[in-house]
Design a protein around this ligand. Sequence first.
Ligand SMILES: NC(=O)c1ccc[n+]([C@@H]2O[C@H](COP(=O)([O-])OP(=O)(O)OC[C@H]3O[C@@H](n4cnc5c(N)ncnc54)[C@H](O)[C@@H]3O)[C@@H](O)[C@H]2O)c1
Length: 251
Amino acid sequence: MDWTKASVLVTGAASGMGRAIALAFAREGAFVCAADVNLGAAEATVDAALQVGGRALALEVDVARRFSVAAMVERAVAACGRLDVLVNCAGVIGYMPALELTEAEWDRVLDINLKGTFWCCQIVGAAMVASGTGGAIVNVSSISAELPEPDCVHYGVSKAGIAHLTKSLAVALAPHRIRVVALAPGTIRTPMNADVLDEPGFIEGRLKVIPLRRIGVPEDVAGAVLFLASDHAAYVTGSTLLVDGGTTLLR
Ligand SMILES: NC(=O)c1ccc[n+]([C@@H]2O[C@H](COP(=O)([O-])OP(=O)(O)OC[C@H]3O[C@@H](n4cnc5c(N)ncnc54)[C@H](O)[C@@H]3O)[C@@H](O)[C@H]2O)c1
C-alpha cells in the first residue's frame, strides 16, 4: 500500500498508541495531522515524525467539544487538501466503584471517549464526503466494551458505545466509499495504565489470561491500524478487530 499521497488525522497523537500510530503512518510516507488536547506533546510527536523522514503537523483539540473538533478539521483540511484516514485514539480512563460513580466522572469519560469519537467521525466524515474520494475511519475501542469491570463501568460503556457508533456510521458512510471500523486493544503498556501495570503482582496475574503471554506494546496496535486503514482491508467495514493477545478467549 502506497501511503505517500495520503493524509491521516490521528487524535490522541501525543501519547501511547496514538503517538505510535502517527509515527507508523509517518514512516510509511503519509502526511500526518497529530491532534491532541496536549499540544506540546503533540508537537513532540511531530518532531519524532520529522526525524523518521515523515511529514506532520500538530493540532490542538478537545475532542469533547464539537466547535474544537470543527476547528481542528478545518485546519487539517487547509493543510492537507483532504483527509483519507481518521484514527480516533484520544481517550481517558477512570476508576470508581459503580455505586460511588459521580455524574462528573461519568460525563468526563463519556464526553471524551464516546461523544468525542462521534464528533470526529461526523465532521471528518462530512469532509471526506465533500472531497468525494472515499476514506477510512478507525475507532479505538477496548476489550472493556465486552468484559465487565465494576470499577470502571463508565469506561466500558463508552467503549461499547463506540462499537455501535462504528456499525451505524459504517452503514451511513458506505455509499460514499468510506469504511468505518473499530479496533479493541487488550492490555497495552502506555502512560494511561503504567501505574496499574507497575502495581506489585499485576502483570503476573494479567499474563495468566493472555494466551500470547505478554503485555502489548503500542506498535502492536499501530500495525493493526495500518492494516485496517489500508486497501488490504477494502471489504472490512462496521466490525471490531480484537488486538488483545487472545485475552478475550480466557477471561
Ligand atoms: N492502554 C491500554 O491498555 C488500552 C487498552 C484498550 C483501549 N485503550 C484505548 O486506547 C486509546 C489510547 O490510549 P493510550 O493507552 O495510548 O493512552 P494515553 O493516555 O497514552 O493517550 C491518550 C491520549 O489522549 C489524549 N486526550 C485525552 N483527552 C483528550 C481530549 N479531550 N481531546 C483530545 N485528546 C485527548 C491525551 O492527552 C493522550 O495524549 C484510548 O482510547 C484508550 O481508551 C487503551
